[in-house]
Design a protein around this ligand. Sequence first.
Ligand SMILES: [Zn+2]
Length: 155
Amino acid sequence: MSTATEAKIFEILEAVKDPEIPVISIRELGILQQVTIDGDQISVGIIPTYSGCPAMFAITEDIKNTLKSQGFVDVNVTLLNEPVWNTDMITDSGKAAMKAFGIAPPQSLSEQQVSCPLCGSTDTTCISQFGSTACKALYRCQSCLEPFDYFKCHA
Ligand SMILES: [Zn+2]
C-alpha cells in the first residue's frame, strides 16, 4: 500500500464524478469537503447537494470503490451537515465543464435570466421545473429553439 496523504486522496478522488453530470468531479461540484487520515483509516466528508438527492448513495459507493482500487480499504464516508451546499461552491472549471456538456450552469443569485448553453442567448423560458432528473429544470431557448437542462439553484 502506498502512503496516504490528504493531497494524494484528493487526487485519487478526482476520478469520482457526479453520476448525473459525468464530466464533473465531486470536488469541482463542491460535494467533496474533507479528507482526514488516521493511521490506515481514511475518512472522507461529503455534503449533499440537496437533501434526499439519491445520487449521494451512488457517490458514497463510488468513493469507496475508487479508493479500494488504489489499495485503500479502510474508508469511512461521512455525510456532513455543514457547510450547507450552494451553487457558488461549484468551481469555475466545473461550471465550464457543465456548459460544455450542454447543461446551463447555475447562475449566481444576481443573474435572473438563464442563458442558453448552445448559443448564449438569455431569451429562454422554463418549460418544466423537472428536467431529466430532479436536480435539473427543462428550459427552451427562444433564439435557437433548442431545449436544454438547467442545473437548478439550491441556495
Ligand atoms: Zn440557444
